[in-house]
Design a protein around this ligand. Structure first.
Ligand code: NAD
Length: 538
């Protein structure tokens, strides 16, 4: 069994492991396969963050004053620049994160292109504010329009596992809706953040609207406390809690996309090889470092043996190696410490009785961990209680779907889930009972690549939704403007109280809410007197 000799803790953030004080160290772009450092960036301290915020505040009003069509045109140019530079960007992402070039090209670059296109197409419709009527008989004179005004400056903090796609898909709705953005990429993938900023600059976005500030968790904490108007945070639950506390103290909103331990439920009627191939990809792609991947599989007893055999075939065929080789399917983990955490979780499971049912071949090199399937697992094991952010997959035999649902719902996480079945009706019925942010049937992960579908977790997996209309809505203040059609006609509820008014109000109650036609009609005359009785001051 593969067990690199480095220790790390699963629930500490970088900020916890560093001494307090201003960041002095540069952050580095490092090839996870070789450890080679190929770029360094200065870390921003609190003063640098404050200066960036001042530049953003100065630039944002003019950007917000541009029409939605003008802003959409800049988003379209961002799309076109990214499309032109797509291979260069994918190569950088692959080199910096260790992921296979196919994944960097598909999951990071192509999906970002989709999101840019959708955002540019949707923004004019989202921003339109037609006048509408208002509910309630008493409000017949009113009309309302919903103005979506930008929040101002939005802070974005991103992780390293999808180092381009994740920050890009937060920046897109924020910028499109007229905000300025301060983006702190992960300290492990600063280059992917830097290239994102350069693409926006080339697209003609005014200076100061997207600024990347580099640094680790200390810089992230400084950004969270800098005085921005909202935080969009993606990362671990441990760091997300700290961001939420800082936002609560400042009474600013935050959206949190946090960790997960998604359940995959394989029903007895599933095509087991199809399910195994799908679960193998969704669990092990990106070296298992995907928030929204299946991390626990529950299989109905009748399909269990066939599923485990199918999983063995799928896992043994996976090619593990350096991300820059075009046929590599699973690369190294982001850092040797991450591989060591997975090795610890695996060792804990084996010590408590788990069986390694299948393992891919992998380079015997620091930072790599072979995709591994575990059976005979119990809920005492760390692999069932914690997020496994690497290529480990526990498979559990359950009596039936009811047991699978109950056990799936016991997790503190609730990011997403998947159900594998040929029977769509049964699959949907199972999905409806899962306590999670979303459910996919016969697939997983790909929901994150759907620009129009809202995405986000429940329980420890997060707060709020991003993507789709919900993602645009998360970046604006939705401000109703309510107009009265009659500029000088007093409202019937203004002062002038007395017995007559009370009777008129009671008549209105009967007309609006009476339970029989007779009762309603009995309120008609009193209501007419209420509405038309007074036109001026008392
Ligand atoms: P992390 O929480 O260690 O770091 C994420 C970001 O937060 C980094 O930029 C880091 O510098 C910053 N940070 C750390 N401490 C901070 C603090 N106290 N204040 C402000 N910022 C701070 O997470 P990670 O290791 O980069 O990413 C892996 C985690 O992210 C996993 O748990 C994964 O499930 C989760 N994730 C969730 C989603 C989602 O959409 N729900 C997507 C990707 C990753």
């Amino acid at each position: 069994m593969h067990t690199p000799n480095v220790t790390a803790s699963a629930d500490r953030t970088v900020a916890d492991t560093l001494p307090p004080g201003p960041p002095r160290r540069p952050v580095e772009s490092r090839d996870p396969a070789t450890g080679e450092v190929f770029q360094r960036y200065d870390s921003a301290d609190a003063a640098a963050v404050a200066a960036a915020l001042a530049r953003a505040r100065a630039a944002q009003p003019a950007w917000a004053a541009r029409s939605p069509a003008e802003r959409a045109a800049v988003v379209r140019r961002f799309h076109d620049v990214l499309y032109r530079r797509r291979d260069e960007v994918a190569a950088l992402i692959s080199r910096e994160s260790g992921k296979p070039i196919v994944d960097a090209t598909a999951a990071d670059v192509t999906v970002t292109l989709d999101f840019a296109q959708w955002t540019a197409d949707t923004l004019p419709r989202f921003s339109r504010a037609p006048w509408q009527g208002v509910a309630g008989m008493a409000m017949w004179r009113k009309r309302v329009r919903y103005e979506r005004t930008p929040l101002g400056v939005i802070g974005i903090i991103s992780p390293w596992n999808y180092p381009f796609f994740l920050p890009a898909t937060c920046v897109l709705p924020a910028v499109a809706t007229g905000n300025a953005v301060l983006l702190k990429p992960s300290e492990f993938t600063p280059g992917s953040g830097a290239v994102l900023e350069s693409l926006w600059r080339e697209a003609g976005l005014p200076d100061g609207i997207v600024q990347v500030i580099q640094g680790d968790g200390i810089t992230g904490a400084a950004l969270t406390r800098a005085g921005v108007d909202k935080m969009l945070f993606t990362g671990s639950a441990a760091a997300g809690r700290k961001v939420a506390i800082a936002c609560a103290e400042q009474l600013i909103p935050c959206s949190l996309e946090l960790g997960g331990s998604d359940a995959a439920i394989v029903l007895a009627d599933a095509d087991v090889q199809h399910a195994a191939d799908g679960i193998a990809w969704t669990r092990f792609a990106n070296a298992g470092q995907t928030c929204v991947a299946p991390k626990r599989v529950y299989v109905e007893a009748a399909a269990y043996d066939a599923f485990v055999q199918a999983m063995q075939r799928a896992v043994q065929a996976i090619r593990v190696g350096a991300g820059n080789a075009v046929d590599t399917e699973v690369g190294p983990l982001i850092r040797p410490q991450a591989a060591a955490t997975i090795a610890e979780q695996l060792a804990d499971a084996v010590a408590l009785g788990a069986t390694v049912a299948a393992q891919s071949a992998a380079p015997a090199q620091d930072g790599f961990h072979p995709p591994t399937v575990l059976t005979d697992v119990t809920d005492r094991m760390r692999v069932m209680r914690e997020e496994t952010f690497g290529p480990l997959l526990p498979v559990v035999k359950v009596r039936d779907a009811d047991e699978a649902i109950t056990r799936a719902n016991t997790s503190e996480f609730g990011l997403s889930a998947s159900v594998w079945t040929r029977d769509h009706t049964r699959g949907i019925a199972v999905a409806q009972r899962l306590q999670t942010g979303s459910v996919q049937i016969n697939d997983a992960i790909s929901i994150v690549g759907m620009a129009s579908v809202p995405y986000g977790g429940t329980k420890t997996s997060g707060l709020g939704k991003m993507h789709g209309m919900a993602g645009l809505e998360a970046c604006v203040r939705n401000m109703p403007i309510v107009d009265d059609r009659f500029a000088t006609w007093h409202q019937p509820w203004w002062f002038g109280y007395g017995t007559a008014r009370l009777e008129q109000v009671r008549a209105f109650q009967r007309l609006a809410h009476g339970v029989s036609l007779g009762e309603r009609l009995s309120g008609l005359m009193g209501t007419i007197r209420l509405v038309f009785g007074r036109k001026g001051s008392r």
